[in-house]
Design a protein around this ligand. Structure first.
Ligand code: AKG
Length: 293
């Protein structure tokens, strides 16, 4: 039997020494041209943010979470239903690794990531919304269908969110790297789709002009490199045709004043209710950079 796990959510700062403590913020900043490109296209590459030791610690944490996934279902926010039903066909996708694994927890405060997220959101303070993991084993058909992150997040308002996708493997077209549709962050909010079912579902609702402009860019990254995307940027990924895994860890950041637009049920499974209209804060939503309240 596995040893009992610690409740990491009560630690609002790094626990171990896997990641550097914030030095001067400027060391980690994106160049002004990169920030401008993010606003223009809705995504930007963020360079290398993990070294070999950090990648290995995250991979090991992910192995433990996968091994125990079924028994941990109640301790994570969510594990993709389609994966639980049919792991051979669906991507291993879950939310909440930071609650259970120290490397995933400490990654949230990693200045190489948080400084850039703050720049892109245009705020000195940034709050955690949640984290995610997407794993495609070798030769695996699972896809992540074209979607906009904010279509799942309308209860956290207004939309001032940014996502960082970090590779735990080299990701290429062959092993199913993420693709972004440049400019789609200006297309308004499209309907929510199932993440694992019909790859093209969202295309049905695009106008002919937008369909014509639908030209996904493959985001080829080395292990340890990252990309950032806007909450409305259409993105998705195809199956893994290679003999290598394709693992990615995702941090979803939000503006610290983001409010709850629907207090009728928890914003994430297992998280206490946030009253409608209240700022989303507390144990599960730590400030990751900038002065704490
Ligand atoms: O890892 C993938 O293929 C999809 C990632 C994704 O949907 C996201 O980062 O929001």
């Amino acid at each position: 039997m596995s040893p009992p796990r610690r409740r990491l959510r009560t630690f609002h700062g790094p626990i171990g020494d896997l990641f550097p403590r914030p030095e001067r913020r400027e060391c980690f900043e994106l160049l002004p041209e990169a920030v401008a490109s993010f606003h223009e296209k809705g995504w930007v590459k963020g360079g290398r943010v993990l070294d070999g030791r950090q990648i290995e610690a995250l991979r090991e944490g992910l192995d433990r979470l996968r091994r125990d996934a079924h028994s941990l279902a109640d301790e994570l926010y969510e594990i993709d239903e389609d994966w639980r039903r049919d792991p051979e066909r669906n991507v291993f996708h879950f939310l909440g690794a930071w609650l259970l694994e120290e490397a995933f927890h400490d990654l949230l405060w990693h200045p190489a990531v948080t400084v850039k997220a703050a720049q892109l959101l245009g705020t000195p303070r940034v709050r955690l919304w949640h984290d995610q993991v997407f794993e495609k084993p070798p030769r695996h058909p699972g896809v992540v269908t074209w979607h906009q992150d904010y279509s799942y997040w309308t209860r956290a308002t207004p939309p001032r969110h940014v996502t960082c996708w970090i590779g735990l493997d080299d990701s290429t077209e062959e092993n199913g790297c993420v693709h972004y549709v440049s400019g789609s962050h200006r297309w308004g909010l499209l309907p929510k789709v199932s993440l694992s079912r019909d790859m093209e579902a969202v295309l049905e609702v695009l106008t002919p002009e937008r369909r014509a402009a639908f030209t996904p860019t493959p985001i080829v990254l080395a292990a340890g490199e990252c990309s950032f995307h806007h909450s409305h940027t259409l993105h998705g990924s195809y199956g893994n045709r290679s003999d290598r895994p394709r693992r990615g860890v995702v941090v979803n950041f939000m503006h610290p004043e983001t409010r709850c637009a629907d207090g009728s049920k928890p914003l994430l499974v297992g998280v206490p209710l946030v009253p409608e209209g209240a700022v989303i804060e507390g144990e599960y939503f730590p400030i990751l950079i900038g002065p704490r309240p």
